[in-house]
Design a protein around this ligand. Structure first.
Ligand code: GSH
Length: 200
């Protein structure tokens, strides 16, 4: 059985969702960033981490892609052009969504007050809005970013969209708004939320 270190209010939520999509059993080892358990497995003290067969894998995106590859679902095969396109969407989510949101978050609550620059929030909202315009163009009329098949970046993008909403960023309506709603309505997402809500 898989074990995941992290909490619902962290990037561990992406991993819970992926495991639910794959219908795998998992145990949540509830531990926050920089907790004793987290520090034991990750020198940076960051969550999530996946423990599988006595080994520990760090980074939510690496974990999600590993699980998708291992269970041959929600991914195209490595070495195909489609996989490269899929990875390009994954990279987009990391750079243009996760990176922007985290940068804003650091200046809102994470850095010591003397290092926070309030103007960063306005710049981050500008970057995020531009990313949404790009995503809308790349999504087109597709159901998911890679067409009819849901893949790793869809979960990642949707998780970042929820994070954005919680951080008072604006989400677009229209086709992109419908895409976000479609993803959040997935039964696996609801199961992951219900399961994770028992954690902090
Ligand atoms: N790229 C990493 C980022 C992990 C990360 O920053 N996690 C946050 C919680 S969502 C954390 O533990 N932060 C603590 C810190 O930066 O000190 C991943 O996706 O797993």
């Amino acid at each position: 059985m898989y074990q995941v270190i992290g909490t619902a209010r962290s990037r561990a939520m992406r991993v819970f969702w992926m495991l639910e999509e794959l219908e795998q059993e998992y145990e949540i080892l509830e531990a926050g960033p920089r907790s004793k358990l987290t520090a034991e497995v990750n020198p940076s003290g960051k969550v999530p981490a996946l423990i599988v067969e006595g080994k520990t894998l760090l980074d939510s995106v690496a974990i999600m892609q590993f699980l998708a590859d291992r269970h041959n679902a929600l991914t195209f095969k490595a070495g195909t052009f489609e996989r490269a396109e899929q990875d390009s969407f994954t990279q987009f989510a990391c750079d243009e969504m996760d990176g922007v949101l985290w940068h804003a978050g650091k200046h809102t609550f994470y850095y010591p007050e003397k290092l926070r620059v309030p103007q960063v929030m306005a710049a981050a909202k500008w970057d995020f809005a531009r990313a949404m315009t790009t995503l809308e163009a790349r999504l087109g009329d597709n159901e998911f970013v890679m067409g009819e098949q849901i893949t790793v970046p869809d979960l990642l993008i949707s998780h970042c969209a929820g994070w954005a909403l919680g951080s008072k960023f604006e989400l677009p309506k229209g086709k992109l708004g419908d895409y976000f709603k479609r993803l959040r309505a997935r039964p696996a997402m609801k199961r992951a939320l219900a399961r994770a809500s028992q954690t902090g």
